[in-house]
Design a protein around this ligand. Structure first.
Ligand code: AMP
Length: 209
């Protein structure tokens, strides 16, 4: 993030659609954080984004708001619109709760897919991966378990978000991430968020952005 001291825009200035502005009002976000003010306009212009951001900066809404905005504007039934890949189930649950809050005034569907669930969840996950949910949040290992079964349909995917990418590589998920990227549409818009920017993250960014 830059040290720009110019006043931050409002969420309305960022041209987000009404149901999202209403939800922002409800959750009590008054002004975009610096990362949100930087990322949202780029995303809405259709660009890929490499963001260096720690937890606590508002990075989650920085990618959720533009993704949700575009999925609402160009809604397609029966396809998964966005896939958000995260290192841990805790982060998957946290992002899923964010989605619930921000999508309150919309019809967007979402599901978090992570390990350690009961068989019942596996069936619900399979259904969402076959028939499509607007936003799917997943941990890499669980996604690979589904991909290996052959029914995952990601052909219409518009957005891929890799959150806490440095942590995913540190946890040994590089191969899983490569497999996930291979299985999804190449026409997508990609966002890569990382708290640090070591060489391996720059190389990954160069390859997928
Ligand atoms: P994150 O960095 O995405 O984990 O967000 C950190 C915390 O900041 C979360 O509790 C969010 O709900 C909150 N938050 C995110 N964006 C804003 C904003 N624009 N105004 C106020 N709080 C926010």
């Amino acid at each position: 993030m830059s040290n720009d001291v110019s006043p931050l825009p409002s969420f309305r200035d960022l041209a987000l659609i009404e149901p999202l502005l209403k939800a922002l009002d409800d959750v009590g976000y008054e002004t975009p954080s610096p990362i949100q003010a930087q990322v949202i306009p780029h995303m809405l212009q259709g660009k890929d984004v490499l963001g260096q951001a720690q937890t606590g900066t508002g990075k989650t809404a920085a990618f959720l708001l533009p993704v949700m905005n575009q999925l609402l504007k160009n809604h397609v039934d029966g396809q998964t619109g966005a896939l958000i890949v995260v290192p841990t189930r805790e982060l998957a649950i946290q992002i899923s709760q964010h989605i619930e809050g921000l999508s309150y005034f919309t019809h967007l569907s979402s599901l978090a897919i992570y390990g350690g669930n009961s068989g019942d969840n596996f069936i619900a996950e399979k259904k969402a991966l076959q028939l499509g949910a607007d936003i799917i949040v997943c941990t890499p290992g669980r996604m690979i378990a589904h991909l290996n079964m052959g029914y995952v349909n990601m052909r219409g995917l518009k957005f891929l978000v890799l959150d806490e990418a440095d942590r995913m590589l540190d946890m040994g998920f590089q191969d899983d991430i490569n497999k996930i990227i291979k299985a999804i549409s190449t026409q997508r818009q990609t966002l890569l968020f990382s708290a640090t920017m070591p060489d391996k993250i720059r190389q990954l960014a160069k390859r997928i952005l």
